[in-house]
Write a protein that binds this ligand. Sequence first.
Ligand code: SAM
Length: 227
Amino acid sequence: MLQFDVITIFPELIQQAVSYGLLGKACEQNLLAVQAHDLRAFTEDKHRRVDDQPYGGGPGMVLQVEPVVRALEEITDETKKVRKILLSPRGEVFSQVKARDFTEYEQIILICGRYEGVDARVLSYVDEELSIGDYVLAGGEFASLVTLDAVARLLPGVVGDEASLAEESHSQNLLEYPHYTRPEVFRGQKVPDVLLSGHHQQIKEWRQAQAEGLTQERRPDLWKKSR
Ligand code: SAM
């Protein structure tokens, strides 16, 4: 079972978010476990402060190295294969390939920054910095949840029909073909005839052509990789 541990100043946010849908069900069925740890529980400051002003001046506050490293040391399970990750817009960008790689671990620790970020000395205690995209969030919590969600649905048993994982967007560097469900006609827009034909081979070919066409048009970078 994969154990996620999230270090954050907003543990309730993580705990709440993972109680819904697929993630909630997977936790109930013990296919994965998620625990959020309050960073403030690891400080010795009597006011439970975990941030301070940046050396050298400048705007904003910085999360201190000591509570983060203490949390990491307490949470790490030495008997497990562990990946320690600092969420950061400066990290390597998350991808489906990375999500798959993370399923090989038994414990993943996600550190959520806030304010201007985390004291740079934390970097010598983690395995990598991970970004979820080229934009800046107010904190690492949503980035953690994105990472967790993408990894969790690749774990055996979490998604009911695992065949759907093989065809979906990014699994073979292709975007997925479009889906339709009832009704057959909506305000004059009709479902493509081939999908109603019951001809499995033609449906398969139509879907492959759609996936390739969409990828060529929208994501030439992926299209190149898929060849
Ligand atoms: N001053 C930092 C910079 O310019 O690189 C940005 C700090 S950001 C306001 C606060 C925290 O949000 C970061 O420490 C990180 O944990 C998280 N964060 C923001 N954007 C992110 C992204 N694209 N991917 C992952 N984490 C992100």
